[in-house]
Each structure stands twice: as structure tokens, then as C-alpha cells.
Ligand binder design. Structure first.
Ligand code: CDV
Length: 304
């Protein structure tokens, strides 16, 4: 697996310089033996949700209206030529005007350039209203609708693979829903500022929480996790790096050393994910769903 950590995209230059950098990393990934390369959340654009707009249509330039499209077609062509798959995060726009729908989306593309799967982000952080007191906005709830795909898994690359996006990685149910489907490899891209202005209490733990979340998700579901940052200065934002590849034991086997474009490549034996699935985390043997339900009844909350 290759994790393609990327420095932020310029808001002024369009897609081409970004796609060129992605192509360079794709070639390097293939040369270093990777079968799949994972790019960040919203890989093709800046993390534009920090800016207020009166009309969402003002931001349409940041959304892909079709996938693939001429701007990103070189990624699909190169993937096919090299025989490498990829995970791509992007802003998705469906329809026009009143009926338009906008999602924070990731796709999984196979080694022959075909789209294997699509995921639309469920956990949208921040707010939908303008907050003048903040140094920058966190408007994912304005720019995107809650994803409608669920946390699917796909048979691909010799195993069971799943996807999620950024804030999803902090929620145990993200991994558990995929874990219940036997997931062996979760891919996630993210844009995480060093500080979010609506709550700075735990800013000093931002990087710790990044790794804590993906390590816990990997371990508790016995799955590989490949977690990939958009990093560095992005307008008013300072985005963390810390991209990593985590084993089903929850151990970070490789992590980024910079806050720039950086490629991590690690051998991820998907069969290793089967070990804990057959012992400590054999859900069929050891999960106690009836018991969880009974406790929920006892304390008067609805069981999921
Ligand atoms: N893109 C994100 O979802 N970012 C959030 C930040 C804004 C808190 C995250 O969970 O990393």
C-alpha cells in the first residue's frame, strides 16, 4: 500500500498542477511495489470549507461534476497503464440549481481504471452558519450533505476493503460497521487543522488524537488502516501531517516525517487481518449484542 501525503492545493492554479503531483507519486508508488495508492480527502482542491459564501454556487469551481472528467482522466489512464489502484477524495456535485446535491466523496479505482466503489462522508464536522468571531470558518455542514452511501466494503485487491473520510475516523462505529462486514483494509484521507477555533481545549493533542483514532479502529476491528493527510499551510489553516499505515494489531508501521508531499509504502499482508478476527475479535464468538441491548433498555436509551 502507498499513502500519498500531499501539501495543500493552490486555490488559483486549477487541477493540473495537483494532478501532475499525484501522477508523480503514483509512478513512484508503482516503482516501489505498491498495488494501491491512497490520496487525501478533497485531494484536488484547497480545504475550501474554511471560507463563507452567500451562495453555494460561488464555490462550484471546487466540485467535480462528473467522475472521471477531463481534469482527472490522466489519473485513471496512468492507473490502467501502470496496473495500480487508487483512493481519491474529492468534492462531488450532482445536478444543478435548487436540486443540486453536494457530497464529500471518495472513490476506489481498480488496477484497470474502473471505479470499484464510492463512499460519501457521513460525519461532517463544524457548523453551517457564519461565525464572525472565528478566525476561519468550518463549514462542512454548509458545503456538504450527510453521505447516503453507508460504510460499504468491497472485494478488491485480494481482500475486503472499505473507505471513510477524515472526521469519520474518530468514530468507532465507522470501523465497526465495516468490521462487521469483515473489512481487512480501511482507507481514509483527511484535512485536519492543528487547531479548530470552535474548541481549542485539546489542541495540544491534535496529532495524538489523529493516531489514537486510527490505531484504535484498526486494532478493535483487526484491520489495516491507511490514513493520509493533506498537510501544511492552506490559506489561514495549518494542516497536520502524520499520515500513517497501521497494522491490524493497532501498531503504526510507517508514518510521515514531513509536512510536504511524501510517499509511504508498506507491505500490508491482508491475511494478518484474519488473525484477531479468529481470536480476540471473533465477533460471532465474543460480541454480546443482546447484552448491549439489555443495558440500553435498562438505562432508557435506544439501542442502535
Ligand atoms: N475534514 C475534517 O473532517 N476535519 C476535521 C476537523 C475539522 C476537526 C477532523 O476531524 O479532522
Amino acid at each position: 500500500m502507498a499513502a500519498a501525503q500531499m501539501a495543500a492545493a493552490s486555490p488559483y492554479t486549477g487541477r493540473k498542477p495537483v494532478v501532475d503531483r499525484m501522477l508523480a507519486m503514483m509512478r513512484e508508488a508503482k516503482a516501489r511495489g505498491a498495488d494501491v495508492i491512497v490520496y487525501p480527502e478533497l485531494a484536488l482542491t484547497p480545504f475550501f470549507i474554511m471560507h463563507w459564501v452567500d451562495d453555494l454556487a460561488e464555490a462550484d469551481v471546487y466540485y467535480e461534476k462528473a467522475m472521471p472528467n477531463p481534469d482527472v482522466q490522466p489519473l485513471f489512464d496512468e492507473a490502467r497503464a501502470l496496473g495500480i489502484g487508487f483512493y481519491l477524495g474529492y468534492a462531488e456535485l450532482i445536478g444543478q440549481g435548487e436540486g443540486a446535491k453536494r457530497f464529500n466523496t471518495a472513490i476506489l479505482v481498480g488496477k484497470t481504471g474502473e471505479i470499484i466503489g464510492k463512499y460519501r462522508k457521513v460525519h461532517l464536522p463544524g457548523h453551517a452558519d457564519y461565525r464572525p468571531e472565528l478566525p476561519f470558518q468550518g463549514l462542512e455542514k454548509l458545503y456538504f450533505e450527510v453521505g447516503d452511501t453507508g460504510f460499504g466494503t468491497w472485494q478488491a485487491f485480494g481482500g475486503v476493503v472499505g473507505m471513510c473520510i477524515c472526521n469519520d475516523r474518530r468514530w468507532p462505529e465507522t470501523y465497526r460497521v465495516m468490521g462487521l462486514q469483515g473489512v481487512e483494509l480501511v482507507m481514509v484521507g483527511y484535512n485536519t487543522p492543528t487547531s479548530v477555533p470552535w474548541d481549542t481545549t485539546f489542541d495540544h493533542l491534535t496529532e495524538f488524537h489523529n493516531h489514537l483514532s486510527v490505531q484504535a479502529g484498526a486494532y478493535q476491528n483487526s484491520s489495516w488502516v491507511v490514513s493520509v493527510a493533506k498537510t501544511g499551510r492552506d490559506g489561514p489553516l495549518d494542516l497536520i501531517g502524520g499520515s500513517c499505515i497501521v497494522s491490524p494489531g493497532g501498531e503504526i508501521v510507517m508514518t510521515a516525517q514531513t509536512r510536504e508531499d511524501e510517499l509511504l509504502v508498506a507491505a500490508c499482508d491482508l491475511d494478518l487481518a484474519q488473525k484477531y478476527k479468529r481470536s480476540v475479535f471473533d465477533f460471532s464468538q465474543h460480541r454480546r449484542t443482546e447484552h448491549y441491548r439489555a443495558i440500553c433498555d435498562q438505562i432508557g436509551v435506544a439501542a442502535a
